[in-house]
Design a protein. Structure first.
Length: 122
């Protein structure tokens, strides 16, 4: 499974996951993705075969529903709770650890296709 981290997630998370051998990019590392509308980022992630990781369940959950109704595939969504993983360096270790666990448990590229899950809900 390959990930793309929404722009509100520090690229340091992507760096740490890549050091562990995972294919992860952060929106903030790709100037052409920075500032995209949520629907455009969702489309890009779907086309790239990347699971989108985001704090923004309100924005992306409805987009996922629309794609499902239209039978437009997407690689998946992983939502992050800001209560469990507050934004900022204090949560980086836990976020990297838990994303790495998901990646290790779901190594197939299509493991989350068309689905969403909350990080830490397993």
């Amino acid at each position: 499974m390959r990930l793309v981290l929404d722009e509100h997630i520090d690229s340091a998370i992507a760096v740490q996951l890549r050091r562990r051998g995972y294919d992860v990019v952060a929106v903030t590392e790709k100037p052409d993705l920075t500032g995209l509308a949520d629907s455009d980022l969702m489309a890009w992630a779907a086309d790239a075969g990347r699971v989108l990781v985001t704090y923004d369940a309100r924005g992306f959950a409805p987009l996922a529903e629309v794609r499902q109704v239209r039978e437009e595939p997407f690689a998946g969504l992983i939502f992050i709770s800001s209560k469990r993983y507050p934004q900022g360096p204090q949560s980086y270790g836990a976020l990297v650890r838990d994303l790495a666990r998901v990646l290790a448990a779901h190594s197939a590229p299509t493991a989350l296709t068309g689905r969403s899950r909350w990080l830490g809900s397993d």
